[in-house]
Design a protein around this ligand. Structure first.
Ligand code: GCU
Length: 845
């Protein structure tokens, strides 16, 4: 591969492996020359217009085949000499007009394609232009995976709605376009309250998305800013749509329900008020004047402080239909979010039956028949909020006359924020395959959203992607498998996550079997590992839900109206969602599913604490108690994360240095942070329950030296909050912001070679420097600058978000050596240190 990359660079192809090209690198195919005879020599695009997908398909074929095989193809507009092997691409209609035989073509639905490969003669026909481009990308993807065999098949999308949502802000603090829950940098669309002048990245994004079958992108945050609708910004949106159009991607827009008042100057935003309706019609008309192919709208209403129809005692259907009707003359659709709940008044102490998980079904109760035909209810996969494990939302079983879409989150808000490797397709697949047994009949979620189960015309998928301006798009090369898999599952939910992954690896990292095997294995183990060390048995991701949604802080789940409760006390834990004693949430599911979840015996262990409130000593189906399962799972999960580092290192010579180092950095960080998770959660529940770990690990760390136990000069001890985010609850910080601190201790270990790990805190309020010495020799020096390297939510605090670990391997230690750490504070960051571990080979304490 290296040789071919060198060749590629000599002939002037883009080879910077910075991630920008993602899976569309079109890298040289090993031994590609031998395949040239099986490739076309000419490209015919039927009825191609520059700026539309069939034209793009021609360009893509020329570039792809030249880049992968070094074969230059000629581009023709009509037929070629019969002897010249030709790839012909166009719509079925254009093919028929050009005299092609369409009699025996398989049936194609909207966006579908037919691909016929016979040596170098290739026919790619789309039901529409977009379909032709999809077929082209499919052909190129096959080539990129080294598949040159003859093949003939048709492929149709499983569902019509295959959208991506971006939570991009026009403004953040008045200055720039940030991305809410985005970990890959600033918005590719917005800057300083306006649409960017340079939209190159918008076009590149559209290209990636088209290659996986996505057909629309909502460009702005669901927490929408009404200024998206100023004349100037509407003009800017038209420029984004122009970048998207060559790839068949349509533009969608999030709306702020109160815009008629806040932007339009009306005194109301009542959805039944005539002036309000007129105002929205005017806006919609002027958007469609600029963007005739606009996909439609996305609306978050009456949720988390967003305005909505309930303000005027109107129903959610009144709200959705307002937009639906303005869109109808233009053929647009409205994605209306089911994520409606009241985050201000839920109180777990006053009401044992209060439950945020009940909100969606309650709010939408009885509305199903009232929605206009072009409304789709966009439902988050679970009843709460993108947790590491949730049952599917019961609302999917309640929407029969109205189409629904599943909202998945590609950006890993509660799942490690792209600083932890978590391949999400296996989770999505479980959700999509889940059979809700509506009316006792087969009712897989994928069949409900595709419209098959209830004969809905509309429905499908919304993936919250939140890519940013980084060349890696999501902030991590490995996280891009999630974006790829999202598109592939939305097109065909019967696909297997592991197959999707292997395809993606081949195109992203090359064909070497070892590379494929290692990345496949790591990725497939990553979600279970993350679930194990962050929140298992259905308790949710035990993160800080009030700050950042990143590091551990189980106590933050309870005692507030956000409703992500665990109801943990000294003896018991879990939400009782039974009908018999609890919140009744299990009763929102169809009979067979209700019975499974209502009964503790039939509830799967991995959702036990989602549906039941039990003692820590409750025995699971595995035979372990809940508390012992917690301890063991946190150890097991973090051990898997430790293993990612050497596994990745084994690929060092097989992956380009730029991406190798980028990934390695994250995996090393993840290995350290998984220990922070393990210890925080275990300490927290040990402290609550007082029940010892049978294996004696929790609270017992023989290889650690607590910083607060060292001799301190210029450092002082500091009580960390939450307590469990520090080993022994304490860390050390410099006495003030301007003087160095020193912590030293005499080592009581046998002479030998050790790995020396330092657990410290890297806050986003300065870049402290730490130096580690053994006797007078410098072992290592590092800076607290993770906030520049990792896109995860920045935090100013000393807590589970900022806790980090650095390890120096193979350090020669003498018995009685003096270990000294010198911390130099910077800004507001006081060079905090939690503990130091002197670890014999292969020991993780
Ligand atoms: C989560 C997320 C918010 C987001 C919200 C939503 O709560 O943390 O940032 O706005 O979901 O989906 O609307």
């Amino acid at each position: 591969m290296r040789g071919s990359l060198l060749l590629a660079s000599l002939i002037g192809l883009a080879v910077a492996e910075d991630g920008l090209a993602a899976w569309l690198r079109y890298a040289r195919i090993p031994g590609g020359k031998c395949h040239r005879k099986k490739l076309p020599s000419a490209i015919v695009t039927l009825n191609a217009t520059e700026g539309l997908p069939v034209y793009t398909a021609g360009q893509e074929l020329a570039e792809g085949i030249s880049s992968m095989f070094g074969k230059k193809l000629t581009l023709e507009e009509s037929g070629t000499d019969a002897d010249v092997p030709t790839v012909t691409v166009g719509t079925v209609g254009a093919y028929s007009e050009s005299g092609g035989d369409v009699e025996d073509l398989p049936e194609l639905i909207e966006d579908g394609y037919y691909l016929h490969i016979s040596g170098g003669d290739v026919l790619i026909l789309g039901q529409n232009e977009r379909g032709a481009l999809y077929g082209t990308f499919q052909y190129l993807a096959r080539l990129a995976q080294g598949k040159v065999s003859d093949e003939s098949f048709a492929s149709n999308p499983d569902a019509p709605v295959r959208w991506v949502n971006q939570w991009d802000n026009l403004r953040d603090g008045g200055t720039h376009g940030s991305v809410e829950r985005g970990y890959g940098g600033d918005s590719i669309f917005f800057w300083d309250g306006k649409i960017r002048d340079d939209l190159t990245r918008a076009g590149q994004y559209a290209r990636l998305l088209a290659s996986i079958g996505i057909n629309a992108v909502v460009v702005n945050n669901v927490n929408a800013n009404e200024t998206i609708l100023t004349e100037e910004n509407m003009d800017g949106l038209a420029r984004i749509a122009d970048e998207f159009r060559p790839y068949g991607i349509q533009l969608g827009l999030s709306l702020n329900f109160a815009s008629p008042q806040t932007l339009g100057g009306l005194d109301s935003f009542d959805p039944l008020d005539e002036t309000v309706i007129e105002w929205w019609q005017g806006i919609t008309d002027s958007l469609y004047e600029r963007i005739p192919d606009m996909a439609g709208y996305l609306v978050k209403a009456n949720s988390e402080g967003q305005p909505g129809p309930l303000t005027y005692n109107r129903t959610l259907a009144d709200g959705a239909n307002l937009f639906a009707r303005t869109l109808q003359p233009h053929g647009g659709i409205i994605m209306f979010r089911a994520f409606v709940y009241d985050h201000t008044s839920l109180n777990q102490d006053l009401d044992w039956k209060a439950d945020r998980a009940n909100a969606a079904v309650q709010f939408f109760d009885g509305l199903d028949p009232q929605f206009e035909d072009n409304v789709v209810i966009q439902i988050k996969y679970g009843p709460i909020d993108f947790q590491v494990r949730e049952p599917v939302s019961p609302l999917f079983a309640h929407m029969r006359e109205t189409g629904s879409a599943i909202e998945l989150q590609i950006t890993q808000e509660y799942l490690g924020q792209q600083a932890h490797l978590v391949y999400l397709a296996p989770m999505w697949k479980e959700l999509l395959d889940f059979d809700l047994r509506v009316d006792g009949e087969d009712s897989a979620v994928s069949d409900i959203i595709s419209g098959k189960r209830f004969n809905n015309k509309l429905g499908g998928y919304a993936g919250v992607a939140n890519v940013g301006h980084n060349t890696t798009w999501l902030g991590s090369h490995l996280a891009m498998s999630n974006l790829y898999a999202y598109g592939k599952l939305a097109w065909d939910p019967s696909s297997e996550p592991v197959d999707i992954l292997e395809e993606w690896i081949k195109m992203t990292f090359g064909h070497e079997q070892e590379v494929i095997d290692v990345i496949t294995e790591m990725s497939m183990e990553s979600w279970p590992a993350y679930e194990n060390y962050t929140g298992n048995l259905g308790i949710q991701t035990l993160t800080d839900i009030l700050l950042g949604h990143y590091g551990p802080n189980p106590a933050s789940q309870d005692g507030n109206p956000w409703g992500q409760w665990t109801r943990a006390d000294g003896d018991t834990i879990g939400m009782d969602r039974t009908v018999l004693n609890g919140t009744g949430n299990a009763g929102q599911y169809p009979e067979e599913v209700f019975e499974m979840y209502e009964n503790i015996e039939t509830t799967p262990d991995n959702l036990l604490l989602w549906f039941h409130h039990v003692p820590y000593t409750q025995v699971l189906k595995s035979g372990k108690t809940v508390i012992q399962h917690f301890y063991d799972a946190h150890y097991a999960g973090s051990a898997v994360a430790q293993s990612f580092v050497p596994r990745w290192e084994s690929l060092k010579t097989k992956i380009d240095a730029e991406r190798y180092e980028h990934v390695l950095f994250r995996l090393v960080y993840q290995a350290g942070h998984s220990l922070v998770w393990r210890d925080s959660i275990n300490n927290f529940y040990f402290n609550k329950s007082g029940i010892l770990d049978e294996a004696g690990r929790v609270g017992n760390h023989p290889h650690r030296i607590e910083a607060e136990d060292m001799e301190l000069d210029g450092y002082r001890t500091y009580l960390v909050s939450p307590f469990e985010a520090a080993s022994g609850s304490l860390c050390i910080v410099t006495a003030d912001n301007s003087t160095q601190g020193t912590a030293s201790t005499k080592l009581d270990v046998e002479a030998g070679t050790y790995n020396v790990a330092v657990n410290y805190y890297d806050q986003a309020i300065g870049n402290s420097t730490w130096e580690l010495y053994l006797d007078e020799e410098l072992v290592g020096k590092w800076h607290g600058d993770l906030e520049y390297e990792l896109g995860r939510a920045p935090s100013p605090y000393i807590d589970g978000h900022t806790a980090a670990r650095i390890t120096f391997k193979g350090v020669q230690v003498e018995s009685g050596s003096i270990l000294r750490i010198v911390g130099t504070p910077d800004g507001e960051e006081p060079a905090p240190v939690d503990y130091i571990s002197i670890l014999p080979e292969d020991v993780i304490d």
